[in-house]
Ligand binder design. Structure first.
Ligand SMILES: [Zn+2]
Length: 438
C-alpha cells in the first residue's frame, strides 16, 4: 500500500485533549491515517520504506475543513442588495431552473476548486443535476454529500423522484467519496406532506436529510400563516428532524424550537457570513451550544456570500457573536476550529475531522511563513489556533489531501486543469443567463 508521510509540521490533531505536536508527523497509508506523533518520522521503523515524504517545515497540519451547508454556485456578484426572498425569486431560482448538464458540471467543479484552495475537504452540497455534480466531485477529488433542491411541483425545481434517481445513480460514486442525501429547499416552497414523504424516502434509502430551516423572518411569518406553526415545529411534526438531518441556518429559533432540535439530535449548520450578507440576522449560537446541539459551519453559497473561504466563515462565527453580545469571551479559536472540523464531520457521520490513527486521511497544510502568521512563538498552542481563526485566510492553504490523495500541492490543483474549469464555468454561466433572458 502506498505510504505518504507529512513530516516536521505543527500538527493540530483536534483530538479531545487538543493535542498539538510541534515538529510532528502524520503517516497515511491508502485512505487512512496510520500514525500521528511528535518528532520526525523515523524511517527505520517503517519497513519496507518507499514512503513519499512531504516536508511540512513551516506548515500547520490540520484536518480538512468541513463546509456543512453548501450550494454549488453558477453565478455571483449581482443583485447583492436584495433580501433573501427577492434574491431567490429574481436570481437563484431562474438560474437553477435553466441549468444544463455541462453548466452544472463546470459550476460544481469551479465551486469545489475554490473550496479545495481554501482547505475544504468535504462539502454538503444541495443543488440540482446531482449526477453531474457527482461527476465533478469524483473528478476533482473532493468528498461530497449531495442532495437535490426538492420543492412542491408548482415551483418547477426538483421532485423527490429526482432525488431518488440521483441516489440510485450517484450514491457511493467517486470511490465512495460521494453520498446522496434527500434535500428540501425550504418551508415556503414545501408542505407538511412533502416533508413527511422526504423523511419516508430518506428512511427507505437509509440516507440523511438536508434542509434550510428558520433562515429569515419572512420564512417564519410564511410558516405561521400557512401552517399555524413555526418552521422547525412543522418539520418536527412531519418527522423530518433527527440525527441524520442537517438543518441549515436556524437563525430565528424560539426556545421551543431549540428544545425540539435537542430532542431529535438534529445537526445544525451555522452560516454567519451568509446570514449577515443577506440581512437575515444573527443565530442564537450561544443558546444552541448551551443546549448541547452539534453545530458545524457552512458558507452557504457563493451566490449569496460571495466567498467560499471557510477561514472567513470561522472568523465570522466568532466575531458576529462577540459584537452582538458585547462579550469578547465568546467563541474562542479552538472551539471555532472544532466546529469547522470535528462537528461538521460528526454531523455527516464521517470518519474525518481529526488527525488520529484510523481516521480517513483528509488533511490540509497551511503555510505559516507569511505575514498572516507573523509573529509566531515556537511551541505556543494558543497562538497557532488564534492565527488560524482570526488572522489567516484561505490563501494560506498550501496542500489539500482528500482520502489519502494529494488534490492540491503548492496551491496547484493536481486533478483537473484549473484554467479549463474557470473558462468552462464562465461559459456555462453566460449560456444559462442567455436562457433566462431569451
Ligand atoms: Zn443554503
Amino acid at each position: 500500500m502506498s505510504r505518504l508521510v507529512i513530516d516536521n509540521g505543527t500538527v493540530l490533531t483536534m483530538d479531545d485533549a487538543r493535542t498539538v505536536h510541534f515538529g510532528g508527523h502524520v503517516v497515511i497509508e491508502g485512505d487512512r491515517i496510520t500514525a500521528v506523533g511528535p518528532g520526525r518520522y523515523d524511517r527505520a521503523s517503517g519497513a519496507p520504506d518507499d514512503a513519499e515524504v512531504i516536508d511540512a517545515t513551516g506548515m500547520a497540519v490540520l484536518p480538512g475543513l468541513i463546509d456543512l451547508h453548501y450550494h454549488t454556485a453558477i453565478g455571483k456578484g449581482f443583485s447583492d442588495h436584495l433580501p433573501l426572498w427577492e434574491y431567490l425569486e429574481t436570481c437563484w431560482y431562474p438560474l437553477i431552473r435553466n441549468l444544463d448538464a455541462d453548466a452544472a458540471y463546470w459550476a460544481a467543479a469551479a465551486s469545489y476548486l475554490e473550496s479545495i484552495k481554501c482547505g475544504v475537504t468535504t462539502v454538503n452540497d444541495m443543488y440540482r443535476r446531482v449526477p453531474d455534480l457527482a461527476r465533478a466531485a469524483a473528478d476533482i477529488g473532493i468528498r461530497a454529500v449531495l442532495s437535490n433542491d426538492v420543492a412542491l411541483d408548482e415551483h418547477d425545481l426538483d421532485t423527490l423522484q429526482d432525488n431518488k434517481d440521483a441516489y440510485d445513480a450517484a450514491h457511493g460514486s467517486g470511490d465512495g467519496r460521494v453520498e446522496v442525501y434527500v434535500g428540501i429547499e425550504w418551508l415556503p416552497l414545501a408542505s407538511p406532506e412533502l416533508l413527511r414523504d422526504a423523511r419516508t424516502l430518506a428512511d427507505e434509502l437509509g440516507t440523511g436529510v438536508h434542509v434550510h430551516l428558520n433562515e429569515s423572518l419572512t420564512e417564519v411569518e410564511n410558516s405561521k400563516e400557512r401552517f399555524g406553526r413555526r418552521p422547525t415545529e412543522v418539520a418536527y411534526d412531519a418527522g423530518l428532524l433527527g440525527p441524520d438531518c442537517v438543518a441549515a441556518h436556524c437563525v430565528w429559533l424560539s426556545d421551543t424550537e431549540i428544545a425540539l432540535m435537542r430532542e431529535t439530535h438534529t445537526q445544525i449548520s451555522h452560516n454567519p457570513s451568509s446570514n449577515a450578507k443577506l440581512g437575515n440576522g444573527i443565530a442564537r449560537l450561544p443558546e444552541m451550544l448551551g443546549a448541547g446541539l452539534n453545530v458545524g459551519l457552512g458558507h452557504d453559497a457563493a451566490e449569496c456570500n460571495n466567498s467560499r473561504d471557510a477561514f472567513e466563515v470561522m472568523k465570522f462565527a466568532s466575531l458576529v457573536h462577540r459584537a452582538n453580545r458585547v462579550d469578547a469571551s465568546l467563541m474562542q479559536a479552538p472551539s471555532v476550529l472544532r466546529m469547522a472540523t470535528r462537528n461538521g464531520s460528526a454531523a455527516l457521520k464521517h470518519d474525518t475531522g481529526e488527525l488520529t490513527t484510523g481516521k480517513k486521511a483528509d488533511v490540509i497544510l497551511v503555510d505559516t511563513q507569511n505575514p498572516m502568521f507573523t509573529p509566531l512563538m515556537p511551541g505556543d498552542k494558543a497562538q497557532i489556533y488564534s492565527h488560524l481563526v482570526f488572522a489567516a485566510n484561505g490563501s494560506a492553504v498550501d496542500t489539500t489531501i482528500v482520502d489519502g490523495k494529494v488534490v492540491m500541492a503548492g496551491r496547484q490543483l493536481l486533478t483537473m486543469d484549473e484554467r479549463q474549469i474557470l473558462s468552462e464555468a464562465n461559459e456555462g454561466f453566460l449560456r444559462t443567463l442567455k436562457q433566462i433572458r431569451a
